[in-house]
Ligand binder design. Structure first.
Ligand code: SF4
Length: 82
């Protein structure tokens, strides 16, 4: 069983990250396509998404927050790190 609070390695450093609770529904990359992306890693156990870019504008921040609040698996976290 994957640790559901464990981050995927692919997440770029910063406050937002996707954990192994992700079910790969791709809702986050539809809401915030500049910040979330589906994994292209063939080694990845799950068909997960990850944070490919931390938000750098207020608009991106709003979309990332919306993605986090919309995630059906509660897999997107923000630990407030810069
Ligand atoms: S919305 Fe949540 S469960 Fe769906 S792909 Fe994104 S992180 Fe994974």
């Amino acid at each position: 069983m994957p640790d559901c609070f464990e981050k995927f390695e692919q997440n770029v450093p910063g406050p937002y990250y996707v954990t192994k609770a992700c079910i790969g529904c791709s809702l986050c990359s539809e809401i915030a396509p500049d910040n979330f992306r589906a994994s292209a890693d063939p080694e990845s156990a799950a068909d997960n998404n990850y944070v490919c870019k931390q938000p750098s504008t207020e608009a991106e921040e709003l979309l990332c927050r919306e993605a986090m609040e919309s995630c059906p698996a509660d897999a997107i976290r923000n630990d407030g790190e810069k």
